[in-house]
Design a protein around this ligand. Structure first.
Ligand SMILES: Cc1cc2nc3c(=O)[nH]c(=O)nc-3n(C[C@H](O)[C@H](O)[C@H](O)COP(=O)(O)OP(=O)(O)OC[C@H]3O[C@@H](n4cnc5c(N)ncnc54)[C@H](O)[C@@H]3O)c2cc1C
Length: 459
């Protein structure tokens, strides 16, 4: 049995390791076009901010572990150019030697990830020496190398206030630079936060010295001699010394299209619950792959590392054992820490739930993270959404200068996974000790209030 995996990221290496563990006799080949495997792209902002010293620190295991200890044939700097699905064959280029060759597979795993949208919108970004978008670890090296040479107080534009943009703001400040955060929408993190929470983030960032220009789409880039000079917004021109564009990603489906497998409604690769594509010999996992949203039951595209790892794990299990494990889908849990502010969300916001046709109600509370008499108590904000008709929980968002905002949202994520109700949340047996949580936890207070609202709004 020969299993070929394209992509050595979270999904690809999880799939490869799983096949090899369950079927040690299988020949497992990983083809990765960069020089990295099993890397954490999520760590890039912390590398750029010099919180993480070396790029190597961002890999989970050295290459030799996969090759020598796990017996996986990992070929770095090998790019897959084409897929002949009927012949079960790939065309590969060895990027170092320049040699091109073909390799046959019994099973293929497409784990090709996502790509940045920025160079598709502004192709000139590929050429400008002081304007960047985040791609991979080598790209992170180029960005950090440039930023550390800039004079302290230089002005850097961060375009886009999604997860990557906000993390880059912190990285820029760590580097002694003055960030100006540019967001086309009228509020920051528009896909994650509602108006009220967005304002909390905005004033927090403003307090850290971040200049914020929202509601101002980029109209044009002004550059000369290979250097970006200014960004022209609808509201005026912003002169900059450097810029990082974090305006989202899209699924890398090039090879899937060449293989002729079906793409889903979201534009990512369609698979069944076993991570098998429309071709029985081809599996797909990670950021290139569509999945199901467990709250709406609809197809979704959720390019996050925790889902990518699990999709790869499931694909590898099923190749080795013959479709023995299902990947159920995601509840869309995401989180972010910028300086000390933690933001976390799972499931749907009130507006999203209403758009989905739920008879949705929400409670919004602020509560303490510990017993009121304990030192170090912080305030967190919490919103929980439910369907008034069924009492089912639909989502939660929390933020505050405490990591506990994140665990509280994770509790709701577990409950969403099981399609639990507000009453289930109320009676979830959360632990209590004065230095760790108040006896009436903000989650439980929210559940009590939500239960009342659900009863009142039931149709
Ligand atoms: C800056 C940044 C911060 C992030 N932070 C978080 C976070 O905090 N939390 C979170 O959950 N997620 C985060 N993510 C997202 C997370 O990194 C991805 O969800 C995860 O990397 C997806 O893993 P993957 O294996 O699907 O794809 P990737 O990790 O993108 O791996 C795909 C690999 O396929 C290779 N490849 C593609 N085409 C070919 C080809 N033709 N031939 C050979 N190789 C090929 C690519 O070189 C790449 O190495 C972040 C992403 C970025 C960029």
């Amino acid at each position: 049995l020969r299993v070929v995996v394209v992509g050595g990221g979270a999904a690809g290496m999880s799939a490869a390791s799983r096949v090899k563990r369950l079927k040690p006799d299988a020949e497992v080949v990983v083809l990765e076009r960069t020089r990295w495997v099993s890397f954490a792209l999520c760590g890039i902002p912390y590398y750029i901010g010099c919180i993480v010293k070396h790029l190597d620190d961002l890999t989970a295991y050295p290459l030799e572990v996969f090759i020598k200890e796990r017996g996986i044939d990992v070929r770095i700097k090998h790019e897959v150019l084409d897929v002949d699905a009927s012949g079960k064959r790939l065309s590969v280029r060895d990027l170092e030697g320049g040699r091109e060759y073909e390799i046959e597979y019994d099973y293929l795993v497409l784990a090709t990830g996502a790509r940045s949208r920025a160079p598709e919108i502004w192709p000139e970004l590929r050429e400008l020496e002081n304007a960047f978008y985040v791609t991979h670890l080598d790209g992170a090296y180029v960005i950090r190398d440039y930023l550390v040479k800039l004079k302290s107080g230089s002005r850097i534009a961060i375009v886009g206030s999604g997860y990557v943009g906000i993390e880059m703001v912190e990285a820029a400040i760590e580097q002694g630079l003055k960030p100006v955060l540019i967001e086309a929408a009228p509020r920051l993190m528009p896909r994650v936060l509602d108006e009220e929470y967005s304002k909390i983030l905005e004033s927090y960032l403003a307090g850290k010295g971040v200049e914020i220009l929202k509601g101002s789409p980029v109209k044009d880039l002004k550059y000369s001699n290979g250097r970006l000079k200014a960004i022209e917004l609808e509201s005026g021109e912003v002169e900059v010394d450097a810029a990082i564009f974090g305006v989202g990603v899209r699924p890398n489906t090039e090879l899937a299209e060449k293989a002729g497998v079906k793409l889903g409604e979201t534009g990512a690769v369609w698979t069944d619950e076993y991570m098998r594509t429309s071709d029985e010999s081809i599996y797909s996992a990670g950021d290139n792959t569509q999945t199901t949203h467990l709250v709406t039951g609809k197809p979704t595209w959720f390019p996050f590392a925790q889902a990518a790892n699990k999709m790869g794990f499931v694909a590898g299990t099923n190749i080795a054992l013959g479709n023995a494990m299902k990947f159920p889908g995601v509840t869309g849990t995401s989180t972010l820490k910028v300086f000390d502010l933690v933001i976390a969300k799972t499931g749907l916001s009130l507006a999203e739930a209403q758009r989905e046709g739920f008879n949705a109600v929400e409670v919004s509370i602020s509560g303490g993270t510990k017993a009121h008499y304990m030192p170090g108590r912080k305030k967190i904000h919490l919103k929980v959404v439910a369907d008034a008709d069924t009492g089912r929980l639909l989502g939660a968002t929390s933020m505050g200068e405490s990591e506990t905002a994140f665990w509280r949202v994770n509790v709701v994520a577990s409950l969403l996974h099981k399609k639990a109700t507000v009453e289930d949340l109320l009676f979830t047996d959360l632990g209590y000790a004065p230095p760790l949580a108040p006896v009436w936890d903000p989650l439980i207070i929210a559940a009590r209030q939500l239960l009342r609202k659900v009863k009142a709004a039931k149709r």
